[in-house]
Design a protein. Structure first.
Length: 507
């Protein structure tokens, strides 16, 4: 790619960018949210036509009119926001729109090939499962399997490890190395500098749509790369002091919930979230974290048990009542659940307050002047990069969507914050910003339930860590820094804390 320009609404998303990829290489793209990384790869994958510059594949200049043209040349992209049809099965999504298929599809043969690929690369998923029933982590596996099934020569991965555990990342990286040994070229868009240093041979850094540098991984450090990405030195977030009290701001007692398939997802879950603490919930993706948060936000019916918020039983109330009583929910799926992509930035900012004064002028009437002023304040406070409050949310980068959602959810001084993967897909600068905001909320006295598969993040921010496996709580680690990642990993794999304690005592 030589001198690539891409312009949206008169502004450069990419300006004169050069990028190259060799066969058998893993090349990483680093940069802040909105730096133009995904836009550049959307050009390479045929989603966007460049406004300037050229693209060459195997030495020949190409002009892609659509993603199909890129796929025909062996270039495929796994997007950060998944491109799957929820009402179709896994195998149907994988072969959807493939050319050359027979009129009657060999379902059994297709499923067997998918299973063979999933086992080879440890991306286990049921080929006959409906996509809408899958967790975010499982959906990501389907997207990767789709590219592997189609035999892509160039594989572009946008934030591929965001929902993987450390062990899954190691297995996944081993699969990528096997692919490069077979001659595949792989581009990874990521914000996890430590992971990139362990897997990539070269790294290209973008800032504000322009290429800053292309460097070899050998000799590069986290500090130098972060400085090139954001143009300044970064500081580490630190917890100050201990939780202000042992009083529970949120209590769950014997909570049992079913998933979308009708099967029991949560089984007799009980815990207390204290005022002014961050309680981390660790677990492998798909172990009922979504169902727990949806139940706590009033979005999913409860089979048994109860929820107490600030001393009041709110079991069975609707989402609006949960919000009015101080509950804030930051879902993992910002594009599908947290925001409405067809609405504007301003309309999304008002989703949690449009029925209340001062946003509600009179019944059924919204005070749009107040909402516009509020939106501008949130945009400024959370550094949301958007052309205007009236811009459609779908035009924002993933990181700016996340910052808009956080701005909305934290603006009302909630007493409880349910934060699912709050820094998922964010660059190092935005991650620093979000962590500082969560710690500010903790210092203010909010109770924060933080769901993450990133144990490093857990150990950095959480006052206590609760581990979930197969919908049951394996135990709560009261002093996170006193235990190893391996110990927490055993609990994530289904070993209760008391079982580990008995085994250690026996030794």
């Amino acid at each position: 790619m030589n001198g690539i320009d891409k312009i949206f609404f008169g502004a450069y998303a990419n300006k004169g960018v050069n990028f190259d990829l060799a066969a058998g290489e893993i090349h990483a793209l680093l940069g802040e949210n909105g730096a133009g990384k995904t836009t550049l790869m959307n050009v390479l994958s045929g989603i966007y036509a460049p406004d300037g510059g050229t693209v060459r594949v195997e030495g020949r200049e190409v002009r892609f009119r659509s993603p199909r043209d890129a796929i025909d040349r062996g270039i495929g992209m796994v997007h950060q926001h998944f491109m799957l049809i929820p009402v179709l099965s896994v195998w149907e999504n994988i072969i959807l729109s493939m050319r050359g298929l027979p009129f009657v599809t060999d379902k059994r043969g297709t499923a067997e090939k998918i299973m063979e690929l999933s086992e080879r690369y440890s991306l286990l998923v049921d080929p006959e499962a409906m996509v809408w029933t899958l967790s975010i982590g499982e959906r990501q596996r389907v997207e990767i399997l789709k590219m592997l099934y189609r035999g892509m020569k160039v594989l572009i991965l946008d934030e591929p490890t965001s929902v993987l555990t450390p062990r899954e990342v190691r297995v996944f990286f081993a699969a990528l190395r096997k692919m490069t040994e077979a001659g595949h070229g792989i581009v990874i868009i990521s914000h996890k500098i430590e992971e990139i240093l362990s897997i990539a041979g070269r790294m290209t850094i973008l800032r504000k749509g322009e290429r800053v540098a292309t460097v070899d991984a050998e000799g590069a450090t986290r500090e130098t790369l972060a400085r090139m990405m954001v143009g300044r030195e970064l500081k580490n977030a630190e917890k100050m002091g201990t939780p202000r009290s042992r009083e529970a701001v949120l209590s769950c007692r014997g909570l049992s919930v079913r998933n979308d398939r009708g099967a029991r997802a949560l089984d007799d879950v009980s815990f207390d979230l204290r005022e002014g603490e961050i309680l981390g919930l660790a677990g492998v993706a798909g172990n009922a974290q979504d169902e727990l948060c949806e139940a706590l936000a009033g979005l999913r019916p409860i089979d048994a048990g109860g929820i107490i918020l600030q001393g009041k039983d709110i079991t069975g109330l609707g989402p609006r009542e949960f919000i009015d009583r101080g509950m804030s929910y930051i879902p993992a799926d910002r594009k599908g659940t947290g925001l409405v992509s067809t609405m504007s930035v301003m309309e999304n900012a008002a989703l949690k307050s449009y029925w209340k004064k001062p946003a509600a002028e009179r019944k059924f009437l919204i005070n749009w002047k107040y909402v516009a002023d509020m939106t501008r304040r949130l945009i400024a406070a959370f550094d949301v990069q958007t052309p205007s409050p009236d811009a459609p949310v779908r035009n924002l980068s993933g990181g700016n969507m996340q910052k808009l959602m956080l701005a909305r959810e934290l603006s009302g001084k909630p007493s409880v914050i349910l934060a699912m993967h709050p820094v998922w897909g964010l660059d190092v600068g935005a991650t620093e910003f979000v962590r500082e905001r969560l710690l500010e909320e903790r210092a203010r006295g909010a109770g924060i339930l933080m769901i993450s598969e990133d144990l490093d993040e857990m150990l950095l921010l959480a006052d206590r860590i609760m581990v979930i496996s197969r919908g049951r709580i394996m135990g709560i680690v009261e002093e996170p820094k006193s235990v190893s990642k391996e110990r927490i990993g055993l609990m994530m794999a289904g070993t209760p804390m008391d079982g580990i304690d008995r085994a250690e005592a026996a030794v």
